[in-house]
Design a protein around this ligand. Structure first.
Ligand code: NPG
Length: 378
């Protein structure tokens, strides 16, 4: 990555928008019917740059949640960032905020927005900047836990396969796990690229949970994602050693140091990289590089992002180490109208934006419709 010229930041705005989801998304931690998103708009001479904070509305996935992120951005992160000077590189964000613990999703939105401004000023796309080697990325899709049980699950998956998605990730939780996944195998056969995501919902010491996961291990899955709590790396390693199916970690991977630790402990063989969860695009590159050096495949997760966050994810997913399809679904999977020009599924792939920066910005009329409130920090 070449170092880009710094930009002079005039102001930073926090823009809150709300978009209804086309269908409710149900996981082990509840049901989501809308995306209440917090955007960061960095104003600079060469025009605005955009970042999206991927926090969910409540702290169900990690500690972070949207009202908390909005508060810490307004009252702590942005003031501290700007106090040290307004001439900024994206590389300055993490070091300037290092003394402030956690809040990686909030920090990631800031870093992403500043990088977007820098790239726009330089007339370079994010994908080019990151050394992307593809102009389109294969798209997987994440399937929630349907109200209608197995029949509805089969129908949903059939629909996604008809749309062209190249792999299915199914959410599993106690009461919705081995049986529905067996039903998917029975219906769609061995050719279905199927993986499961437990969102840390199982107990490594509970015999019934272990029996369930052992049954999932029989199903030729691409991976079992995050079966246990994020900090239980040794428990992941203990069970991963018995399973044929590779374990993938998501919530556990907070930064490159934790990724390396997880790999050295053999807690996982695959890493889910989410730029939001790990503090931004720059740490995502470091995780990508560390995994690539070790021959470990990575893929890009999703957090129901609007087109702003999705654009970042798609550029990241175009880097060479992203050898597994990600949760980089088309806009239409979640939104009737995306905030930005939509991402469209073509032949199972999304095109990587090639315009300057992330290559997407909110459409004025959509921003008006979805807008809820805004804070400007001078
Ligand atoms: O396609 O953007 C997407 C969503 C993929 O299932 C998905 N995300 O646990 O990975 C996850 C889950 C999630 C969504 C987590 C929202 C947190 C918030």
């Amino acid at each position: 990555m070449n170092r880009l010229p710094a930009v002079d930041v005039a102001a930073i705005e926090l823009v809150r928008v709300r978009l209804p989801l086309v269908t409710p998304f149900r996981t082990s931690f509840g049901v989501q019917t809308e995306r209440d998103a917090l955007l960061v708009r960095v104003l600079a001479e060469d025009g605005p740059g955009w970042g999206e904070c991927v926090t969910p509305a409540t702290p169900v996935y990690t500690e972070e949640y949207t009202d908390g992120a909005a508060h810490v951005l307004e009252h702590v992160l942005v003031p501290v960032l700007l106090r040290a000077g307004r001439r900024l590189h994206a590389e300055d964000v993490a070091p300037r905020l290092r003394g402030l613990k956690g809040h990686r999703m909030a920090k990631a939105a800031l870093e992403g927005a500043i990088l977007d401004v820098q790239l726009r000023a330089a007339g370079r796309s994010l994908a080019t900047h990151l050394g992307a080697t593809r102009d389109r990325v294969p798209a997987g899709v994440s399937v929630g836990i349907p109200d209608g049980g197995i029949p509805e699950l089969l129908e949903l998956v059939a629909g996604h396969l008809d749309d062209g998605y190249v792999r299915i990730k199914a959410k599993v939780a106690r009461g919705h796990d081995a049986q529905p996944m067996q039903a998917l195998r029975a219906r769609f056969g061995a050719a279905l690229r199927l993986q499961v995501d437990a969102n840390a919902g199982y107990d490594p010491d509970a015999p019934e949970d272990v029996a369930t996961l052992d049954a999932l291990d029989e199903l030729e899955l691409v991976q079992i994602e995050q079966p246990f709590a994020p900090d239980r790396l040794l428990d992941h390693a203990r069970h991963a050693a018995r399973w044929r199916t590779p374990v993938c970690l998501d919530e556990s991977i907070l930064d490159v140091a934790r990724a390396v630790e997880a790999l050295e402990l053999q807690a996982c063989r695959i890493v889910n990289v989410k730029p939001g969860r790990v503090g931004g695009p720059l740490e995502s590159v470091r995780i990508h590089d560390a995994c690539r050096d070790r021959g470990v495949p990575v893929w890009c997760g999703g957090m129901l992002e609007t087109g702003i966050g999705r654009a970042l994810n798609v550029a990241v997913a175009a880097m060479p180490g992203f050898t597994l399809p990600g949760d980089t679904s088309a806009s239409g999977r979640y939104f009737a109208e995306d905030l930005t020009e939509p991402f469209v599924l073509r032949d199972g792939h999304l095109a990587v934006p090639d315009g300057p920066g992330i290559g997407r910005e909110p459409r004025a009329e959509m921003l008006r419709t979805a807008w809820r409130r805004q804070v400007r920090l001078p």
